[in-house]
Design a protein around this ligand. Structure first.
Ligand SMILES: NC(=O)c1ccc[n+]([C@@H]2O[C@H](COP(=O)([O-])OP(=O)(O)OC[C@H]3O[C@@H](n4cnc5c(N)ncnc54)[C@H](OP(=O)(O)O)[C@@H]3O)[C@@H](O)[C@H]2O)c1
Length: 281
């Protein structure tokens, strides 16, 4: 039996993201009775209980007291107030692994409030909702205070937690989170924007919305699946569908003329810069 099977998890703020992780955990066979979720709304709690058979609690304090792993899933702008209130009411995080999924807040913002505890910051992305997430993980645990064995065990726990909703990437530096966020965090929006543009043009050609959307969806899904064939790089796959002088080549020439790579570079750099600015708030 792995160490994860004996742990109790408390999700403080169980909305979309926490709900996705809880769903992934339950589907992978984690005992629902080892998962506690809190929200402010009783109705939301009843839904979670009915859907997943987990333990629900409207009291953050009692949920935290029962947990080995506390997952913070409230909105970033609420986080400091929620934590300060909990600490004031006597919440003790000292024997817990605390994991946050909130975007933009530096580890220090948390530890200034809850103390020097074992802490992991996670940047998940929306495809976690369908089991294809990328979660960037950074350990903010004080290495001197806790030592390598504790750190290694917590890494195993966090990896298992987020592998329930996709893949996990460990990051060396906290600032790497901003770069990961520019690629995989914001990435779904880039693909949606591209799909939107393709569907718009397909409709202009005269296709119905239904057909236009289907063509774009299946093309995106099929192309993404083909990239998992390890024998061909992205570039090779592109070349394979591009006959010299053909119509695909004509389209790609337009992208190149309009500096696709430069546009992508500039966009991702802008996302990193904005993330750096926001983490200073
Ligand atoms: N969704 C994503 O794809 C995504 C991606 C990356 C990062 N994140 C991060 O994930 C976090 C949650 O985002 P989300 O999209 O899941 O938001 P969400 O659906 O609004 O979930 C937040 C939950 O927190 C609950 N909550 C608020 N105040 C609370 C309190 N004092 N005690 C207990 N629960 C409380 C809310 O419940 P009530 O409605 O009952 O108040 C709500 O269910 C954010 O910090 C965000 O940055 C999300």
């Amino acid at each position: 039996m792995s160490q994860q099977n004996n742990l109790t998890y408390a999700f403080i703020g169980a909305g979309n993201m926490s709900g996705a992780i809880i769903g992934g955990m339950v589907n992978s066979g984690v005992n629902p009775q080892s998962i506690i979720a809190t929200n402010r709304t009783a109705e939301k709690q009843a839904k979670l209980k009915a859907k997943f058979g987990i333990v629900t609690d409207l009291d953050n304090l009692s949920a935290i007291a029962k947990a080995d792993v506390v997952i913070l899933g409230v909105k970033p702008q609420m986080m400091a107030d929620v934590l300060a209130d909990l600490v004031e009411k006597g919440a003790d995080f000292s024997d817990k692994l605390v994991v946050t999924v909130a975007a933009g807040l530096l580890v220090k913002r948390y530890t200034d409030i809850i103390g020097n505890v074992r802490f992991i910051r996670c940047m998940p992305n929306t495809p976690s909702l369908v089991g294809h997430g990328i979660s960037g993980l950074y350990t903010g645990t004080d290495k001197e205070a806790f030592g390598p064995d504790v750190l290694a065990a917590d890494k195993v726990t966090a990896t298992a937690l987020f592998e329930h909703v996709g893949n996990v990437v460990w990051l060396e530096k906290e600032s790497d989170i901003d770069q990961l966020a520019a690629v995989s965090g914001s990435g779904p929006a880039y693909f949606f924007a591209f799909m939107e543009a393709m569907a718009n043009k397909a409709k202009e050609f005269g296709f119905s919305e239904e057909i236009a959307n289907l063509m774009v969806q299946e093309t995106a899904m099929g192309a993404a699946k083909m990239t998992y064939d390890k024998e061909n790089s992205f570039a090779q796959l592109r070349e394979n569908v591009t006959s010299p002088g053909g119509s695909t080549a004509a389209a790609l020439n337009v992208f190149n003329k309009n500096q696709l790579q430069n546009t992508v570079n500039e966009a991702l750099d802008a996302a990193v810069t904005r993330a750096q600015e926001m983490s200073k708030f």
